[in-house]
Design a protein around this ligand. Structure first.
Ligand SMILES: *Cc1c(COP(=O)(O)O)cnc(C)c1O
Length: 389
């Protein structure tokens, strides 16, 4: 098995080979067929790459090949956003009368899918405290079909014991699906621990340049075929140019992630020591209550951390205003550092009450980019100093 940096450069090589070193962009909505028989076959080929772009496109297939090899899964499916990946998958795998378990600390869109959309379709949901080892088992019912986990979680960086959830799910014939956006396949491979489906907001680290919205779902072909089938109806198709950009971004994923890991850890350390800071959430800190669990299933801890200030929201807001390099933005995982106040960010997807349940009001999420560590540390310390005086 080649290493990660070789995979990201070469795993797509045999998909539509040409003599171009960089893959061409297949900017076409449709492909022509040689004859009626191959046309009819194209209409039913799951994740095909040359029938109609909503059904699949060579640029999608190239991205999927790299993601599947990185995540150690049989195959992968590319979608127009992370939310398209998870919503399409959940709609493909559950029906009215079924029950789904998710986490209380989870991305706002996933929380809204669980709290708002699924119950409206007759699918019952339970959100549990992922840090409580018993919580998933207690939530299980005879109708449970699916457990959605996210580790580390956005934005609290809480860790889910992936092995324990897999053991529980397998014993009860329940599928597991992990949001691996924060970790990336470089830091964590849920499929190696037995998770059935692994998905990403490829908008974040996988693309890494904050210029594409995309999603991926990786897993066994049998499951991906069912998800692809519903994807024909949700129609959340990634445009060929965006798929090409995503592939180009992924070429440097291992290089970028090692810098993100180093910068995340450095910022967590200095903020943890700062007198104005009451709490830093980062699984790489030995003071993180689940550090050992994280270290047992991750090989690096990523670039995202969140910070609470002793002075509450006012100090947090002043801190945001004083930062020079990290700008105020809803995204993460790109080369540029970004910062955000999650309680403001998710107001489009969740009610005030739902947000209050999910995040502390003054919490700031920092996403370390790939800038020089010393520059970021100096900037963040200066902002914390200024905000607290
Ligand atoms: C951003 C994000 C999503 C949603 O992805 P989109 O590409 O914006 O649809 C899902 N999960 C996590 C952890 C995220 O950070």
């Amino acid at each position: 098995m080649p290493g990660d940096s070789t995979i990201t450069v070469h795993a797509d090589r045999d998909i539509h080979p040409s003599r171009a070193v960089a893959p061409p962009i297949y900017q076409t909505a449709a492909f022509w067929a040689e004859d009626g028989e191959s046309f009819a076959a194209g209409a039913v080929a799951p994740r095909g790459k040359d029938f109609y772009t909503r059904f699949g496109n060579p640029n999608h297939a190239q991205v999927a090949a790299v993601v599947a090899e990185l995540e150690h899964t049989e195959t992968a499916l590319v979608t127009a956003s992370g939310m398209a990946a998870v919503t399409t998958a959940v709609l493909a795998l559950v029906s009215a009368g079924d029950h789904v378990i998710g986490q209380r600390s989870t991305y706002g869109g996933t929380a809204s899918l669980l709290l708002n959309l699924l119950p409206r379709l007759g699918v019952a949901t339970t959100l549990v405290d992922q840090t409580d080892p018993e919580a998933f088992a207690k939530a299980l019912t005879p109708q449970t079909r699916l457990i959605l986990v996210e580790s580390p979680s956005n934005p609290l960086l809480q860790i889910t014991d992936l092995r324990a959830v897999v053991d529980l799910a397998r014993a009860h014939d329940v599928l597991t699906m992990a949001d691996n956006t924060f970790a990336t396949p470089l830091n964590q491979r849920p499929a190696d621990l037995g998770v059935d489906l692994v998905w990403h907001s490829a908008t974040k680290y996988l693309n890494g340049h904050t210029d594409v919205s995309a999603g991926v779902m990786a897993g066994r072909a049998e499951l991906l075929d069912r998800i692809w089938d519903v994807g024909l109806l949700t129609g959340a198709t990634l445009g060929p140019i965006d798929a090409w950009l995503l592939l180009r971004g992924m070429r440097t994923l291992p290089l970028r992630v090692s810098r993100h890991n180093a910068n995340g850890l450095a910022l967590a350390h200095v903020l943890h020591e700062h007198p104005a800071v009451s709490r830093v959430h980062y699984p790489g800190l030995t003071s993180h209550p689940q550090h050992e669990l994280a270290a047992g299933q991750m090989s690096g801890f990523g670039g995202v951390l969140s910070v609470e200030f002793a002075g509450g929201y006012e100090t947090a807001d002043a801190f945001l205003g004083r930062l020079r390099y990290p700008r105020l933005s809803a995204s993460l995982g790109g080369v540029e550092s970004l910062a955000v106040h999650p309680a403001s960010m998710w107001r489009g997807m969740l009610s005030e009450e739902q947000i209050a349940e999910a995040v502390p009001p003054g919490l700031i999420r920092l996403a370390a980019g790939t800038e020089d560590t010393a520059d970021l540390v100096a900037d963040v310390l200066a902002a914390a100093d200024a905000a607290s005086t």
